[in-house]
Ligand binder design. Structure first.
Ligand code: NDP
Ligand code: 8X3
Length: 252
């Protein structure tokens, strides 16, 4: 069984690569940082994995690379659409629009390119599973989550749409919607500011990449007649904000 993981160089994707590899799957490891992919490939035991430097935003390259996979990695059974990011936490009227575009290009457009490139093979073999990485941010709003939350709402609805399209096939689709997980996520969100990133997980126990990878592995290994549509998981110590109130004074 071949599993293609986007964003395998770090965090949740890397944890997935480790679990699936340990369970005997062949892995295709996709990301932009080739050095990290090569390091992981070595750790997993080179023979059963294929590290590929690929930016999922590059539509042409996505289709080219997936159509030219070596024979032993061609028959993908599982696609884990994990590559993604939040960039910034600024309010909508202040944010640099480049950050919004990067999130849309990666989390939405990159995800649909990879899906569109891999899906015909799954349908042809009438077997397989697509895992999308959504987020609690796709359901619950928070200040500064604006476009990031919007991209994850897209991923959730796209996953449900796929479920409709896949009816009548043996191809499954699951949207995994985690809350806070301690990966490089916050480091990326705060443009490399380590102090700010570390602060996000201060005095609490966040999810780990491994927690999420185990959930993904469980979803994939259900009986053949069962499809897990969505899973939302959070750290025990994360909760919801009550509706925010502007108490700057009565409106006159
Ligand atoms: P990390 O930053 O640790 O990992 C993100 C991965 O995505 C990296 O491997 C990165 O690799 C890859 N990536 C980013 N942009 C691209 C691109 N353009 N092309 C190819 N690969 C890319 O974060 P997480 O592991 O936490 O995030 C994984 C997914 O989980 C994301 O979709 C995120 O939104 C989602 N998520 C994360 C949560 C969290 O709190 N951590 C909670 C809910 C959802 P490289 O830089 O080498 O390209
Ligand atoms: C990331 C989870 O809670 O930081 O998708 O938005 S959260």
């Amino acid at each position: 069984m071949v599993v293609l993981i986007t964003g395998a160089s770090s965090g949740i994707g890397k944890a997935c690569a480790k679990i699936f590899s340990k369970k005997g799957y062949k892995t295709i490891l996709i990301g932009r940082r080739k050095n990290l992919l090569l390091k992981l490939s070595k750790e997993l035991g080179e023979k059963n994995n294929l590290p590929i430097k690929l930016d999922v935003r590059n539509k042409k390259q996505v289709f080219k690379i997936i159509s030219k996979l070596p024979n032993s990695f061609k028959k993908i059974s599982i696609l884990i659409n994990n590559a993604g990011l939040a960039w910034g936490l600024e309010p909508s009227h202040k944010v640099d629009i480049k950050k919004w575009e990067t999130m849309i290009d990666t989390n939405c457009k990159g995800l649909i390119y990879v899906t569109r490139a891999v899906l015909p093979g799954l349908i042809k073999r009438n077997k397989g599973h697509i895992i999308n990485l959504g987020s609690v941010a796709g359901t619950y709003p928070y200040a500064g989550g604006n476009v990031y939350g919007g991209t994850k709402a897209f991923v959730k609805q796209f996953s449900l749409g796929l479920k409709s399209d896949l009816l009548g096939t043996k191809v499954k689709i699951t949207n995994i919607e985690p809350g806070m997980a301690d990966t490089e996520f916050s480091l990326v969100r705060f443009s490399g500011n380590k102090k700010k990133a570390k602060n996000v997980y201060k005095n609490m126990s966040p999810l780990t990449g491994k927690d999420i990878a185990e959930t993904i592995f469980w979803s994939i290994n259900r009986p053949v007649h069962v499809n897990i549509n969505r899973i939302e998981l959070m750290p025990l110590q994360q909760g919801f904000n009550f509706f925010a109130i502007d108490r700057s004074g009565k409106i006159k």
